[in-house]
Design a protein around this ligand. Structure first.
Ligand SMILES: Nc1ncnc2c1ncn2[C@@H]1O[C@H](COP(=O)(O)OP(=O)(O)OP(=O)(O)O)[C@@H](O)[C@H]1O
Length: 281
């Protein structure tokens, strides 16, 4: 599959998806369980994200995807299981140390402040003073351009559409250049072109900055095109995990989502081409 000269079939071909990876180059979730009160939402989840690799997390509504991302960022604290980031137990790290290692783009960037797009992305740079170098300004301008936001850099966040706001949140996370990036449905407000552009930017960013990305997606085909590995979460458990071919099968989708789908293959990858309706033979 060719997307503007980028051969998606080779996606991840030169990425480290197996073999030895140093502790310092991975975010490792082991036997993680989490409950909201008595409602158990994550049940002994184990998942590893290596630097330079993109892992898509898919699964039905309410299966625990957002909760998993929030635990990986210590927004939520789990007492069962461990999360190691770049070789250190998350529980031993202070919040600023976590922020140096992980960026998080939440599902809905509903809380917006009356600052310009440019200013909001500058904040992502996390400088200790208000002094920004020319390189800083160029990084922000370049990231905004890549995301097609350059023409609105002086607009207030409050004046943006849902999709534009979503892209501003992605830009803010990208300029931080942390080793790991957690994204919760970052493309759900984006049109087709901006989805395509965003996945290309994420791929490039992951490769150029050796960044490990864990991304929650509802669109299975987008996950197939973007990710080196896919993890399928169902009722708080990872029921399938691996390269798209291994995870995106008719049976796995039927078991997790309770829908029959039609599938095809393109450029060596599995794609869902539609749902089977109840009255279809
Ligand atoms: N703050 C909360 N308090 C209590 N229960 C919660 C809270 N947040 C989420 N839940 C419950 O935890 C379960 C998992 O929610 P979560 O948001 O992690 O799922 P998800 O897979 O991200 O869902 P979606 O695809 O709909 O975004 C759901 O049953 C939800 O109702």
């Amino acid at each position: 599959m060719n997307v503007r000269g980028h051969d998606m079939s080779k996606a991840g071909a030169n990425r480290p998806t197996s073999g030895y990876v140093s502790e310092h180059n991975k975010l490792s979730i082991s036997d993680l369980s989490f409950a909201y009160g008595k409602e158990k939402v994550l049940d002994e989840v184990s998942l590893q994200i290596n630097r330079g690799e993109i892992v898509a997390l898919i699964g039905p509504n309410g299966s625990g995807k957002t909760t998993l991302l929030k635990c990986a960022n210590r927004f939520l604290r789990s007492r069962h299981g461990t999360i190691d980031i770049a070789g250190d137990d998350l529980r031993r790290l202070r919040q600023w140390q976590i922020a140096e290692r992980v960026s998080y783009v939440p599902q809905a960037a509903d809380i917006v402040y009356p600052m310009t797009v440019f200013e909001s992305v500058m904040l992502g740079l996390r400088r200790s003073s208000w002094h920004y170098s020319e390189d800083d300004m160029a990084t922000v301008a370049n990231t905004l351009e890549q995301l097609g936001l350059d023409s609105m850099s002086n607009k207030l966040l409050t004046e943006l559409s849902g999709g534009q706001r979503q892209k501003a949140a992605i830009a803010r996370a990208l300029v931080r250049e942390t080793p790991f990036l957690l994204l919760d449905e970052p493309t759900n407000h984006l049109d087709m072109k901006h989805k395509r552009d965003t996945i290309q930017i994420l791929r490039r960013h992951s490769r150029e900055h050796n960044q490990g990305i864990l991304i929650v997606l509802h669109e299975i085909n987008l996950a197939v095109q973007l990710a080196d590995r896919i993890a399928l979460l169902e009722s708080g458990q990872i029921v399938a995990e691996g390269q798209p071919d291994k995870v995106i099968t008719h049976d796995n989708i039927h078991a997790a989502y309770a829908v029959e789908v039609n599938m095809t293959r393109h450029a060596g990858l599995p794609f869902v081409i539609g749902y089977r309706m109840d009255d279809e033979q």
